[in-house]
Write a protein that binds this ligand. Structure first.
Ligand code: DX5
Ligand code: ZN
Length: 226
């Protein structure tokens, strides 16, 4: 089975929030998706941005939005992001009683549907739900903050998901989020990830666009050798 070309999604969590549009434009020609972390200070102990900012930002770039909802009650809020033009809306398995129903709502609203699995959540109970989803986001840190150290043991979940996706011929992106940088992206790609979120590694670099291209090159090479 051939893995599709890797997606690199810079996370604006690591950008300068006072200059968001400019920061997004800095990666416009290099990135595949723009990763937007929505945190509500309930599901995670951090607070970022919500729908009004996403709506404003939507007009400032052509990049597809990969919205990562780290919020409680995603059933109530997630479809609003699809309505705002998000390309993919990912919510957390831990926050939702009926993930398949919410995935259906998101697809009906015109978005792709993503399921996120946090650090302490096993993947096995969710494997049979994957045909209802377009993306599976495996956290490689504990969700909540950027700049944390990558946890390589969480790649076992990526390997399990990759085997399941390939065996079932599912059309699903396996995305990793947390601590993805030049020194970690190759192991994530070799484990079977094909979409990579990077905050600090992109916006902490002198040239964010160049950092995106470099990460994609490393992922491509590792996937080819995997
Ligand atoms: C954290 C967010 C990540 C964050 C990753 O919960 O979901 O998207 O921006 O940041 P880095 O790449 O710095 O680990
Ligand atoms: Zn994220």
């Amino acid at each position: 089975m051939t893995v599709p070309p890797p997606i690199v999604a810079p996370s604006i969590l690591a950008a300068d929030f006072s200059r968001l549009a400019e920061e997004v434009r800095a990666v416009e020609d290099a990135a595949d998706w723009l990763h937007v972390d929505v945190m509500d200070n309930h599901f995670v102990p951090n607070l970022t941005i919500g729908l009004p900012v996403v709506q404003s930002l939507r007009a400032a770039t052509k990049l597809p939005f990969d919205v990562h909802l780290m919020i409680t009650d995603p059933k109530r809020w997630a479809p609003g992001y699809a309505d705002a033009g998000a390309y993919n809306v990912t919510f957390h398995a831990e926050a939702c009683d009926d993930p398949v129903a919410l995935a259906r709502d998101l697809r009906a609203a015109g978005a792709k549907a993503g399921l996120a699995i946090d650090r302490d959540t096993p993947i096995e109970p969710y494997l049979d739900l994957l045909p209802s989803f377009d993306t599976l986001l495996v956290m490689t840190i504990k969700a909540g903050f950027g700049g944390q150290r990558f946890l390589p043991q969480l790649l076992d979940k990526v390997r399990t998901a990759r085997r399941h996706v390939d065996a079932g011929h599912l059309e699903l992106r396996i995305e990793v989020d947390g601590g993805i940088a030049a020194d970690t992206i190759e192991q994530a790609a070799a484990a079977g990830a094909d979409a990579f979120v990077a905050g600090t590694a992109v916006y902490g670099a002198d040239d964010p666009a160049e950092a995106v291209r470099r990460l994609r090159g490393l992922a491509e090479r590792a996937a080819a050798g995997a």
